[in-house]
Design a protein around this ligand. Structure first.
Ligand code: PLP
Length: 368
């Protein structure tokens, strides 16, 4: 008999009755979107949870990035130093703002931007650094800040993987000029689709408020060429329900994470990439399949798929090598990122993943 399929993730959901009960008031008010009651409530609750002054909710993590970048009004064609070892959204958000991504290599230990290679890439056209806390591994934010301050650059973090993480007693969203989060169904915390820009001051909050609402400031005043990126009330309520259970969801992921950690310690050639944080959210379990392992990455990938376990190659290919960018960025060499993208696999991890499933994943890894 074919075994049940195991996917790399599964969305966390509140109990059905709880969500249904929570959306009932919408049938009285008929207020479904446009910064409604629940949108406002979730912004407040998230600001507290993420330990930041303000949160601006938007439709998804990608628009959070696009609008955060737009809010700084950089000159068209300016350069933004970033990494290719990320989800395609990061690079697209730069390109769609008509800015030029300049790709910096990453560090082998955790996949985050190599802060020692940033300065060599700075030119008179550089306006910002856009690093990614990839897999929830925090970047070297102190050194990045030092470099940015020295050269007068903005720093925008793609914190899509770092929900609820902390850095030196602060919310990780406090690093840089702005940070963005994704609340997509596949992330640790979800609002079905959703995202947020974390605002350290009210100026950015107001700018985001306008940008996500067509740039409209008053009934007859339109200040920006804005987008429509407002989160609707059904999504906000999903967020309110999921946020109530977030510590259980993370605790459940932690257990699975620890089982993988324990197993991997005894498997030569498999290296965990979920490494560098004290306060983790256990969003992903990325591994590197190195030469010391019994087979290469693509064979291990096939072994998993044959066993009905749908591991993913996050992140392969590098964003800069994707067809949509043709050969524009192939000249920018990032050898460590390239090697990592050829070795990486992310293992299934999600709230409520049962022991049998975890065991099946480990069994494939342990095969000779
Ligand atoms: C998920 C993700 C995004 C985009 O978020 P969406 O909510 O899916 O639009 C951006 N960057 C990274 C690194 C992501 O993982």
């Amino acid at each position: 008999m074919a075994k049940e399929k195991i996917f790399v993730t599964r969305s966390s959901m509140p109990p059905y009755e709880e969500y249904i009960e929570a959306i009932k008031p919408l049938w009285e008010t008929h207020w479904l979107t446009n910064m409604g009651k629940y949108h406002q409530e979730l912004e407040k609750e998230l600001a507290e949870y993420l330990m930041v002054p303000e949160v601006s909710l938007v439709v998804n993590g990608h628009m959070a990035l696009e609008l955060a970048i737009q809010s700084f009004e950089f000159t068209e064609g300016s350069e933004v130093i970033t990494t290719p070892f990320t989800f395609i959204s990061t690079t697209h958000a730069i390109a769609r703002n008509k800015l030029k991504p300049v790709f910096c290599d990453v560090k082998e230990a955790d996949g985050t931007i190599d802060e020692n290679k940033i300065e060599a890439l700075i030119t008179p056209k550089t306006v910002a650094i856009l690093p990614v806390h990839v897999y929830g591994n925090s970047c070297n934010v102190d050194e990045i800040k030092r470099i940015a301050d020295k050269h007068g650059l903005r720093v925008i973090y793609d914190a899509a993987h770092a929900f609820g993480e902390q850095y030196k007693e602060n919310g990780i969203g406090m690093c840089g000029d702005a940070s963005t989060f994704s609340f997509h169904a596949t992330k640790v915390f979800n609002t079905i689709e959703g995202g947020a820009v974390v605002c350290k001051d009210h100026v950015l909050y107001e700018r985001m408020y306008n940008l996500k609402n067509f740039g409209i400031r008053g009934e007859e005043v339109v200040d920006y060429v804005g987008a429509n990126a407002k989160m609707n009330e059904f999504c906000a309520i999903m967020g309110i329900c999921n946020l109530k259970r977030i510590s259980d969801a993370i605790a459940s992921r932690k257990q699975i994470h620890e089982k993988y950690d324990e197993a991997i310690r005894t498997i030569p050639g498999i290296i965990s990439l979920a490494a560098n944080n004290v306060h983790r959210n256990y969003a992903y379990y990325p591994i590197r399949v190195t030469r010391e392992y019994v087979c290469d990455r693509s064979e291990l990938y096939d072994r998993f798929h044959e066993a009905g376990i749908f591991v993913r190659k996050y992140f392969y290919p590098l964003t800069k090598d994707c067809d949509c960018y043709k050969d524009e960025y192939r000249e920018m060499k990032t050898p460590i990122a390239k090697k990592m993208s050829e070795e990486v696999l992310t293992l299934p991890i999600y709230e409520g993943m049962d022991e049998e499933s975890v065991g099946r994943v480990i069994e494939v890894l342990q095969r000779r």
